[in-house]
Design a binder for this molecule. Structure first.
Ligand SMILES: Cc1cc2nc3c(=O)[nH]c(=O)nc-3n(C[C@H](O)[C@H](O)[C@H](O)COP(=O)(O)OP(=O)(O)OC[C@H]3O[C@@H](n4cnc5c(N)ncnc54)[C@H](O)[C@@H]3O)c2cc1C
Length: 479
């Protein structure tokens, strides 16, 4: 794994697959607000995914009149944000014990609760923002269910939920879960071989349309978006003025923000091995005749010994209601999918995963799937690149000893659960007064802040694939 972490990410590839969400592309996909690249700005943000979009919008709200330039290597929001699974789902119980009482005893109880509450509130805030600004992204808050196929995960999941209830209180919305036995799970969720299930609040949306909507809000406030303009390198004059070099010239700024997720190490080699690209795959399928026409009421995950799939169905009222969007399949490859780490070609599909994702829905739903749609099962298949961090949390804040350089990146495949709040926190760190900074400490986890200490850790693989509280897969990795 460490070896895969040493592969340089390079710049985003020029020929990515087109995701279901990007077809057709948004009107602003190729926008360059001005013909020429501005030569300076108060803030320069590299990356126009959900992070870059939310950071730019927040700056424009906090400091109207500040000049904000967003540089994007490809089309707008065409990184992970434009090609994800559309799931706003935290699954905080899966990491909670690791954060507080697992073998690693990482952060302590208060911090573990702060993380779980942030994840929950980020989901609510994302759907609320979509509603407030009427962003047409099919934002649908709903319940989600984890269908469990592993006794280890079932037992460990129950323990983690019990612990969360105990310390956070049964009424805390971030600790609210319903637990189902095998029989009820099979009947309620149409999954005939499940061992049990956990159900809790989550949602779905088009992250692409959401980020495009937020970029539009920023544009309306004067933000300058420059697509197809890769930041090739960055340098500092030593007086906290940063220069960003692009093929179209350079731009200087006292505040340079890297919202570059998986690609961060290209501009900041210090992040090599700390943010590791991870190639992920998703498929859109027409539902079988046995599934509800308007889609399932819950979103789903299917949890196995060493990995999982995540699935939403397109909500009622959308032209493609009921369409299944499912991603995952990493655990079908040797060594927990190690070959996918360090891989940045979102122009390609991995054949074993492709074949698994095409067929897994009929396995999960069995005869409840019914017949395939007469138009065929597959609507679209695509890939995207996540940014996995060494300790499983994003890096948000000031880069140590690099005044004027900021980062919000590495969301470990859970960006819809972090990016909006991380953007708000980052802007508060950049612009807030003492009182604001103090308030920030109350709600934003210290463990997700950039720090010298975190720079010393090294990537050993994704933790969220293990059972709650489990330090390693152990024998199960050889199953
Ligand atoms: C296949 C897949 C499925 C996923 N499913 C889910 C899900 O269901 N739920 C969930 O919560 N999360 C999911 N995620 C993760 C989620 O999409 C990300 O965490 C989130 O989108 C990260 O947003 P971001 O803006 O930080 O990064 P990105 O969206 O990756 O944006 C980074 C941007 O920076 C640009 N960039 C990078 N380097 C440069 C440079 N040098 N110059 C200019 N531009 C540059 C990139 O082109 C890109 O547009 C999934 C990710 C993938 C890949």
């Amino acid at each position: 794994m460490e070896e895969r972490g040493r592969i340089p990410p390079g710049l985003p590839r020029p020929d990515p697959t087109v995701s279901y969400w990007q077809d057709p592309p948004a009107e602003i996909a190729d926008l360059r607000t001005s013909l020429d690249l501005p030569d300076k700005a108060d803030y320069v943000i590299v990356g126009s995914g959900i992070s870059g979009a939310c950071i730019a919008f927040n700056i424009s709200c906090k400091q109207p009149g500040a000049s904000v330039v967003v540089l994007e290597a490809r089309q707008a929001a065409s990184g992970a944000t434009g090609r994800n699974g559309g799931h706003t789902k935290a699954a905080s119980y899966r990491s909670f014990l690791d954060h507080c009482v697992g073998k690693e005893k990482e952060f302590g109880l208060d911090e573990a609760m702060r993380i779980a509450r942030l994840e929950y509130s980020n989901i609510e805030a994302t759907h609320a923002l979509a509603k407030q600004y009427q962003i047409g992204c099919d934002s649908t808050p709903c319940d989600t269910v984890d269908i469990i196929y592993s006794q280890t995960h079932l037992d460990a999941g129950k323990q983690a939920i019990e612990r969360m209830r105990e310390v956070m209180g049964h009424d805390d919305p971030a600790a609210k879960y319903r637990i189902y036995d095998a029989r009820t799970t099979r009947e309620t969720f149409l999954t005939p071989t499940a061992l049990g299930a956990f159900e809790y609040a989550a949602g779905s949306l088009s992250a692409y349309a959401f980020a495009i909507g937020v970029l539009r809000l920023g544009l309306a406030k004067g933000m300058n978006l420059q697509t197809t303009t890769p930041a090739e390198s960055i340098s500092s004059s030593g007086q906290a003025i940063w220069r960003v070099q692009t093929p179209r010239g350079s731009v200087t700024t006292p505040n340079l923000i890297l919202a570059t997720n998986a690609y961060t190490a290209h501009l900041l080699p210090q992040m090599q091995g700390l943010i590791v690209p991870l190639h992920g795959q998703v498929v859109a399928q027409r539902p079988g005749t046995g599934l509800p026409r308007h889609g399932l009421t819950d979103t789903y995950s299917f949890i196995h010994e060493t990995g999982y799939e995540y699935m939403i169905t397109r909500p009622p009222g959308t032209p493609d209601q009921g369409t299944v969007i499912i991603g995952g399949g990493l655990w079908k490859l040797p060594n927990s999918g190690a070959s996918r780490y360090g891989e940045t070609r979102d122009s390609v599909l991995e054949p074993t995963i492709t074949s698994f994702l095409r067929d897994c829905t009929t396995e999960y739903f069995g005869s409840n799937w019914g017949q395939d749609n007469s138009a065929g099962r597959i609507v679209k298949e695509w890939s995207g690149i996540m940014g996995a961090s060494a300790d499983g949390l994003p890096y948000v804040g000031a880069m140590s000893d690099m005044p004027g350089l900021w980062i919000s990146a590495a969301f470990n495949g859970h960006g819809m659960v972090w990016c909006l709040n991380a953007a708000e926190a980052l802007v508060e760190m950049m612009t807030g007064d003492g009182a604001a900074q103090k308030k920030l400490d109350e709600w934003f986890p210290r463990s997700a802040r950039m720090s010298k200490d975190r720079m010393g850790r090294r990537f050993m693989g994704r933790k969220d694939l293990r059972a709650p509280g489990e330090a390693e897969f152990g024998e199960r990795s050889r199953l």
